[in-house]
Design a binder for this molecule. Structure first.
Ligand code: ADP
Length: 615
């Protein structure tokens, strides 16, 4: 993925560079042509203006020699050249005309070429007395034609364009009138940094130029014949005629003519626009520098390439951004898909686990149900067993006295039959005793039907002990037993029921007295104390025979008794045990190391002590 993308970017980059090169090569040609065209247009218009200005100047002075030649004064002077008065008059006139038309010089020559009158008569460079017969304008005019010529003035050493016309009288040419036009002023307007304007003659010699150093330089090689001719006409000082290192160039001009000038170590390229002025024998060249156009072309090209580069970079940037965005979206999508897949898998796992759990719960429920059923069955069975035990015990307890009562009754009946009333009465008394015993058993059994949820309250332990001792006081006296009570340091209140606790203590005291039947010094010690963790202990210790190990585990069972028939029911401790249990306490027994038994009632201490005890 990554390599593919980098290959794409590489391809875009190569395409961009190739495109840039193509555009550079095409664009450089186009841009060069475009700016060369503009340069050419400017050069063209400069050329037109220059040619117009030159033509204007030429046409201004063109007719002047003929006009002056027509003057009778001129003719008269040439016919009678000795008249000095006329000479000075004409000199004045010529000077005036010269000033008005702003020509350089106006002068009149005799047929032999000698100047006899001139506008510059009063200057040190006066033409008067000078012979210009070597000048072509003179020869043309004296031959009857119009003289036109440009040359460096031999006297003034100033370049000028010469106009000449013959002075005629009938068919004779009396002389020549010449007007010299100064070209310096025209040139001053030609100075420019962008282009050069040159006027060359038929030999390729620069006659006029905005650059003074180019004047009289040839743009073509000069042959000896030409040089000879120039010498003859004294047109230019041959000593200063040199070749300008000028050369026409080929190609790369965008269809325009190019030339170069290598001067002073610099190579300057020009775009050349030329126009011929055949009337004057001139060719005007406008040489426009190509450097600005080339610079403009390069700058435009550089700007274009820069724009292209910016475009490519921006495009690449956006493509890349879009690509990375798409990548990100794809990655997010993939992550989301993976997440969804995981969620699906997890959900499936959870569903499976859930189903398993539901099955397990159902299994557990059914197991629980089975267990509950088993428990219920067990309870039922144990209830039945308990009932059976109870029934067996009860039937045993009741059958014995009932059997005894039956035989006593039978005996009583036979005693009555035999008239032995005393024995009969005795038997009936025994029956009554047996019935009392059975009634006592029934009374005790009622205690099993107690309500275990009877309200518990704070019971004053000391008071209950005192009451219980009070109840058994008769027995104690009968046995000549001693009872000591240690009620504890503070008044103790235990959680329970007053009468029931009293019943428990009475039972324990009665058992203690029974256990000391044969004792020499029957003694009972009762103590109450507060133990840790909110408990109260009541201890009843006797000095009797104690409890043997085999009996310890059974003494709290119902109907367990070691007392003889008619003496014990075996229900007292069992009932007491359950009462203490209902109080949230425990009834236990220990053998005292010094003999005798210690019964311990362990009760919860009452947190709030009300004014009246419960029950
Ligand atoms: P009963 O007094 O009618 O026999 P109990 O349930 O009160 O019924 O007592 C069960 C048996 O526990 C007694 O028969 C006796 O053997 C034994 N026992 C109870 N208290 C004492 C005691 N203080 N010392 C010795 N044995 C005792």
């Amino acid at each position: 993925m990554k390599t593919l993308r980098s290959r794409i970017y590489l391809a875009i980059g190569i395409a961009g560079v190739a495109g840039a090169l193509l555009i550079a090569s095409l664009g450089s040609g186009y841009a060069t042509r475009f700016f060369f065209d503009q340069t050419a247009q400017r050069a063209e218009s400069t050329l037109r203006l220059t040619v117009a200005a030159l033509s204007g100047a030429l046409s201004r002075f063109g007719p002047l020699p003929e006009l002056i030649a027509d003057s009778p004064d001129v003719r008269a002077l040439l016919e009678r050249s000795s008249q000095t008065g006329l000479v000075s008059q004409l000199n004045g006139q010529l000077k005036k005309i010269n000033d008005v038309v702003e020509a350089s010089d106006i002068y009149i020559m005799k047929p032999d070429g000698l100047t006899i009158a001139a506008s510059n008569f009063d200057t040190d460079k006066s033409f008067i007395g000078k012979n210009f017969s070597y000048r072509p304008y003179y020869t043309d005019a004296i031959a009857g034609g119009q003289g036109r010529y440009f040359a460096l003035g031999t006297t003034s050493l100033k370049r000028g364009y010469y106009f000449a016309a013959p002075v005629r009288h009938v068919d004779t040419v009396l002389g020549v009138v010449a007007v010299k036009m100064d070209v310096d002023e025209i040139e001053t307007a030609w100075r420019s940094a962008e282009h050069e304007i040159i006027v060359v003659d038929e030999y390729g010699i620069i006659f006029m130029s905005g650059r003074p150093e180019w004047r009289f330089k040839a743009i073509r090689p000069l042959s000896p014949a030409i040089l000879e001719r120039i010498e003859a006409t004294r047109r230019y000082p041959t000593s200063s005629l040199l070749e300008l290192p000028f050369a026409y160039l080929e190609g790369s001009g965008g269809g325009h003519l190019l030339a170069s000038v290598d001067q002073e170590g610099t190579h300057t390229e020009y775009l050349v626009k030329s126009a011929a002025m055949p009337a004057a024998g001139w060719t005007v060249h406008v040489l426009a520098k190509t450097a600005p156009a080339r610079t403009q072309a390069y700058v435009s090209l550089a700007v274009g390439l820069l724009l292209l580069l910016t475009l490519i970079l921006t495009g690449t940037f956006f493509i890349q951004r879009r690509q990375s965005l798409m990548d990100r979206i794809a990655a997010q999508q993939a992550a989301q898909n993976q997440l969804e897949r995981r969620v699906d898998e997890r959900t499936a796992d959870l569903n499976r686990a859930n189903e398993k759990l539901v099955a397990e719960v159902a299994e557990r429920k059914s197991a629980e149900e089975e267990l509950r059923q088993a428990q219920a069955d067990l309870i039922q069975a144990s209830k039945l067993a308990a009932l059976g035990q109870m029934s067996a015990a009860l039937s045993h307890e009741f059958n014995q006295p009932l059997g005894a009562a039956k035989s006593y009754a039978d005996n009583a009946a036979s005693y009555i039959d035999r008239g032995r009333i005393g024995e009969a009465r005795d038997n009936i008394t025994r029956i009554s005793t047996l019935v009392d015993r059975m009634a006592a058993i029934g009374k005790h059994l009622r205690n099993f039907a107690r309500k275990p949820d009877d309200k518990l309250a704070a019971v004053p332990v000391g008071q209950v002990i005192n009451d219980a001792v009070e109840i058994v006081a008769g027995h104690v006296r009968d046995r000549s037993a001693q009872i000591t009570i240690e009620p504890g340091e503070e008044p103790l209140y235990a959680l329970g029921g007053m009468n029931r606790l009293q019943q428990v203590l009475v039972n324990l005291l009665s058992n203690a007295l029974d256990a000391m039947e044969t004792a020499a010094e029957p003694r009972i010690e009762i103590s109450a104390m507060s133990a840790g963790a909110g408990r109260i202990l009541i201890k009843v210790r006797d000095h009797g025979e104690g409890i043997d190990e085999a009996a310890t585990g059974k003494i709290f069972d119902p109907f367990f008794t070691t007392k003889g028939v008619g003496k014990g029911l075996g229900l007292g401790l069992s009932i007491s045990y359950n009462i203490v249990k209902d109080f949230g306490g425990r009834l236990t027994v220990e053998s005292h190391p010094e003999g005798g038994a210690v019964f311990i009632v362990d009760l919860e201490r009452a947190r709030e002590v009300p004014e009246a005890a419960a029950e």
